[in-house]
Design a protein around this ligand. Structure first.
Ligand SMILES: [Zn+2]
Ligand SMILES: [Zn+2]
Length: 79
């Protein structure tokens, strides 16, 4: 459970809204993104609803922190 990764990336990743592209697959749930808009986080495309903190469930809007391929808000990432 306490798997630790390298602490090299201390800065959060930007979340960039984009118009959906053909056959985009969500990096969070691995389903097709059929919404009009999607969010780009690092190299992945996500449903708007999937960009949530894995710890507290808050929707992440401007930036997020990636750990073990899950997204966290700044508060939970710091813990
Ligand atoms: Zn998704
Ligand atoms: Zn959180």
């Amino acid at each position: 459970m306490m798997h630790s990764v390298s602490l090299g990336s201390r800065a959060g990743s930007d979340i960039t809204p984009e118009l959906s592209v053909f056959q985009a697959v969500c990096a969070g749930c691995h389903r097709m993104i059929r919404d009009r808009f999607l969010l780009r986080v690092t190299d992945g495309l996500w449903h708007e609803d999937c960009v949530r903190c894995a710890a507290c469930g808050d929707a992440l809007t401007n930036s997020c922190f990636l750990r073990d391929r899950k997204l966290y808000c700044k508060r939970d990432y710091a813990e």
